[in-house]
Design a protein around this ligand. Structure first.
Ligand code: DGY
Length: 321
């Protein structure tokens, strides 16, 4: 029998995924879901053939350069890969894979949840009821914003952006988008393309971010771009916290320049900017975009499929390097 590849797994994974890992690999699991630092990863990867990591376990060049030569593949349990230095992996001949497609619907659903929750003041309403401060229905109580007939600006029209666009139309929103490239008409389905944020933002009272975090996109939502939005606009972010300059967003929410925000991701998470916690007009979730049982299982199995293909010498479907 050929030796089963050894895989260091940096996070506790769904049960079915770990069962399959134990069956087909020499799996070095993390049953307590401990945060592994660089030194833990280096120690755990000694003699390993691959690493199964996640969106919150950073793999910078300094770590990748020191990985043992035995490590040939890093499979990340995420669609985003900004936490891995791809150049450094390429330089070491390490294949990196991610998990596209399988979390698209879950993340698009959560985007709509945030859009509605922020626009309709759901957090304030929930607190009112839960804290027994609700005095009963009033014609002017907690009035929010309706979506019908307004424009939604989607920044980043990849798989998730497109899935959000489909859902948004059902709420009567017209879709505008900014993307590096214009999509073909059959994918646009009537969405209006903007080559720049400068033309998109002034037209959109609702804006949602779906682009990757790169040096170019970091803090793309900042004082200047917020000023381009219509007064009392709503911002949603289920992509990466680093896309937003927190100070600028908090200032705009505090002053009422923006009506509300719905945020699932934060720069430096889980340590989000404390300014958000003082605001009523921000709806906060703890990075739950892909957090359905179906999506998380599918993400795990997608990682395993990539590992299977790699070790069988077959083309690796989600190879990024
Ligand atoms: C991803 O996949 O990149 C998310 O942030 C975690 O689901």
């Amino acid at each position: 029998m050929t030796k089963r590849p050894t895989i260091l797994v940096t996070r506790r994974l769904p049960e079915a995924v770990e069962a399959r890992l134990r069956r087909d690999f020499e799996a070095r699991l993390n049953p307590d879901d401990r945060d592994l630092g660089e030194e833990d990863i280096l120690a755990g990867a000694r003699g390993a053939d691959g690493i199964l990591t996640s969106a919150i376990d950073r793999m910078p060049a300094s770590l990748i350069r020191r990985l043992p030569d035995s490590v040939k593949i890093i499979a990340t349990f995420s669609v985003g890969f900004d936490h891995i230095d791809l150049e450094a992996a390429r330089a070491r001949g390490i294949t990196v894979t991610n998990t596209p497609d399988v979390l698209t619907d879950a993340t698009a659903d959560l985007t709509i949840l945030l859009l509605l929750a922020a626009s309709r003041r759901a957090a304030e309403g929930e607190r009112l009821v839960r804290e027994r401060r609700w005095i009963g229905w009033r014609p002017t109580q907690l009035l929010g914003l309706g979506l019908q007939g307004k424009n939604l600006g989607i920044v980043g029209m990849g798989r998730i952006g497109l899935a959000v666009a489909r859902r948004a139309r059902a709420f009567g929103l017209s879709v505008h988008y900014h993307n590096r490239r214009r999509l073909p008409p059959e994918k646009e389905e009537g969405a209006v393309y903007h080559e720049t944020l400068e033309t998109l933002l002034p037209l959109c009272p609702f804006v949602t971010l779906h682009c990757p975090l790169t040096p170019e996109t970091r803090h793309m939502i900042n004082r200047a771009t917020i000023e381009l939005m219509p007064p009392e606009a709503v911002l949603v972010n289920t992509a990466r916290g680093g896309l937003v300059d927190d100070e600028a967003l908090i200032e705009a929410l505090r002053s009422g320049r923006l009506f509300a925000a719905g945020l699932d991701v934060f720069e430096g998470e889980p340590n989000l900017h404390p300014g958000y916690l003082e605001l009523d007009n921000v709806f906060l979730l703890p990075h739950l975009g892909s957090a359905t049982r179906d999506a998380r299982n599918a993400m795990g199995f997608r990682c395993l499929y990539n590992l299977d293909c790699f070790f069988a010498g077959r083309p690796v479907p989600d190879a990024l390097t």
